[in-house]
Design a protein around this ligand. Structure first.
Ligand SMILES: *Cc1c(COP(=O)(O)O)cnc(C)c1O
Length: 407
């Protein structure tokens, strides 16, 4: 198995497993597909940093011209450090703190995607205090069913995100009257891992209606941020939405409004560009099942336990025979299971396996649970590879705690 011109078996000789491995060319090709698809529109691709916030990934995208969709001060700092200009950074999230808003204002970011009335008031007050102006979009909740996993659905009335689209005009009128606020746009993001494009079309149509009605009320919208959410093929079924069709929906519903379109892909930019490489520690034959016990665990990749997510898993070397396994990690939780009853090349101790589609919401969601060290991250480009995040040492792990003086 190779990532670009580097074989994974060779990498594993130098880097102890488990580790993440990403392809720079795959990321560039995903970016290119977005930029081609949206070429007919005045558009900006703001990569959703939360999907994979490693600065080497951000710098790769920055060089291609990407902006950033961020959800915290830490993400804004990462994006800036990786060379993404403040005028290409948008800031979303339901719980922006005073400190975070101040920081974003001090950097002069492109816009805040505002999720509530009290947040709008807070931004206004802080902008006045700092003698500056905050450009804002209001994130509207269009109440459409994204038809994805409940934990990654964000555009329903019952979800915590955004402002009910029917109540949005009132808030826009208020925003236009507030000091320190410049209304620039509308924002919508209905969920993640969407395979069916119809919910996007429905949301875009509702946003178009809102933009027209705001215009009639004297509020000019210059930017429409259509969020992210395009799904990828994790290997469970062959459906993968087409970026061109997605962009066509945007053009059809929003193209005539003369606005700049921001698109915020996360998963579809990096998901299929990464694998988690792991080693078989034991093949354990139970009474009913055979377990493949890996050295990677839920603390490295939580998607299977958190979202019941499917990831294709393959042996790094081709195997002559097939076997069926429950593929698990060493963590002391039944939920530490990557796959159940999965057919795979027959393995023995020491074999390498690759968990595919691990580039998004993988390393960023990792923890040190069970006092396990992090899986390092490696970026490949052609024949070259570089460790872009080291595995910390046990000394560093232990030094994260400090003992109170009384002990
Ligand atoms: C998570 C998120 C995204 C990216 O979603 P993907 O499904 O990874 O494309 C974009 N915008 C907002 C506001 C988000 O919360």
């Amino acid at each position: 198995m190779q990532v670009e011109d580097v074989t994974i078996g060779e990498l594993a000789k130098h880097i102890p497993t488990p580790f993440y491995c990403y392809s720079a060319a795959a990321i560039a090709s995903n970016y290119q597909r977005y930029s081609d698809a949206f070429a007919g529109l005045d558009s900006l691709i703001c990569y959703a940093v939360k999907a994979n916030s490693n600065q080497a990934i951000l710098a790769t995208l920055a060089q291609l011209g990407a902006g950033a969709d961020t959800v915290s001060e830490g993400e804004i700092r990462r994006a800036l450090a990786a060379g993404i200009k403040a005028e290409k950074i948008v800031f979303a999230g339901v719980g922006k703190s005073e400190q975070e808003i101040r920081y974003a204002l001090s950097q002069g970011i492109l816009q805040f995607n505002v999720e509530s009335e009290p947040e709008l008031e807070r931004i206004s007050a802080l902008a006045v205090q700092m003698n500056t102006t905050a450009r804002i979009s209001i994130r509207v909740n269009p109440d459409v069913e994204a038809k994805t996993h409940a934990k990654i659905t964000t555009g329903l009335a019952e979800n915590k995100f955004g402002i009910n689209i029917d109540l949005a005009p009132q808030l826009y009128i208020k925003a236009a009257s507030l000091p320190g606020i410049e209304v620039t746009g509308v924002d919508v993001h209905i969920g993640s891992q969407l395979i069916n494009l119809e919910p996007f079309a429905a949301a875009f149509a509702k946003v178009a209606e809102l933009v027209s009605s705001l215009k009639a009320q004297g509020i000019t919208i210059k930017i429409i941020d259509i969020g992210g959410g395009l799904g990828i093929n994790y290997g469970e079924h062959s459906d993968e939405p087409d970026i061109r069709t997605y962009a066509e929906h945007a053009k059809q519903h929003l193209g005539h409004l003369g606005c700049k379109i921001i698109v915020e892909p996360g998963r579809s930019m990096v998901g299929n560009a990464g694998v988690l490489v792991s080693k078989v520690e034991y093949v354990k034959t139970g009474q009913e099942r055979t377990f493949l016990i890996l050295d990677a665990a839920m603390n490295d990749l939580i998607r299977p336990s958190m979202y019941d997510a499917y990831h294709h898993i393959a042996t790094v070397e081709q195997k002559p025979n097939q076997a069926v396994y429950d593929i698990v990690g060493p963590v002391c939780e039944t939920g530490d299971t990557f796959a159940k009853s999965r057919a795979l090349g027959e393995c023995e101790q020491g074999d390498l396996v690759a968990i595919m589609g691990a580039g998004a919401y993988g390393a960023v969601m990792a923890s040190h649970y069970n006092s396990r060290l992090n899986a390092p991250e490696v970026l490949v480009s052609g024949k070259q590879y570089s460790i872009i995040r080291e595995r910390i040492s046990f000394d560093t792990l232990l030094a994260m705690d400090t003992l109170p003086a009384w002990l």
